[in-house]
Design a protein around this ligand. Sequence first.
Ligand code: ZN
Length: 259
Amino acid sequence: MTKVLIWNEFLHEVENNDVKSIYPNGIHYCIKEFLSNDKSLKIETATLREKNNGITEERLKDCNVLIWWGHKAHNEVLQETVNLVQRRVLEGMGLIVLHSGHHSKVFKQLMGTNCNLTWREYGEKERVWICNPGHPICEGLNPYFELEMEEMYGEPFQVPSPDETIFTSWFEGGETFRSGLLYKRGNGQIFYFRPGHEAYPTYHDQNIQKIILNAVHYVKEVSKNIWKDNHSPTPTSNRPNPIENISKKGFSVGHPTKK
Ligand code: ZN
């Protein structure tokens, strides 16, 4: 069984009737609904305004894949939540960051850059190109597909160079963007996937649904989910006794915290 936790800010769908008409129960519910066709997945959801942002150590302990959608309230996410998610990714939890999650604290902390980009909300056509048809995330897709209405995201996207670029997008207005990026952090696999503006029915699109489902299986497969009570599969520790017989040279300044 693969445990998937879908996290959604869940504010636009409550506050804006137009968004609500596209996602009556929230983006997280829509994603849960189409993923639920896969009976190998055990799917739960969490939202921003729940206690501890709906995320606890217990919930993430056996979580294989966390999906993250956030936009207008990134700064309301608790630093404890961000640190916990980062720790679990390093330990081997898979993470899928969607659309405006590029500016989430979680993604920025894992990337180490500001993750800025250019954007325009104009309901323009997006043509998504598949960069590697042989990749498991691209399984079942044509060489490209189109979304009739999307928000434009354009380069420069200020993220570190990815391990692999899976999708690129062209927009009606002329810009291009790296839309599907893979990053390994510690034992965890991260997939950033661009489409998914709240004002358009992107998550009802079959290609988008296929990609998110493929990605869930892929990041789960590649991540090595390790849970240790000391929370550190790769501990940092002094090793005063070398394996080989060596004689000490020079002098030691010592560790500042050790007395
Ligand atoms: Zn957006």
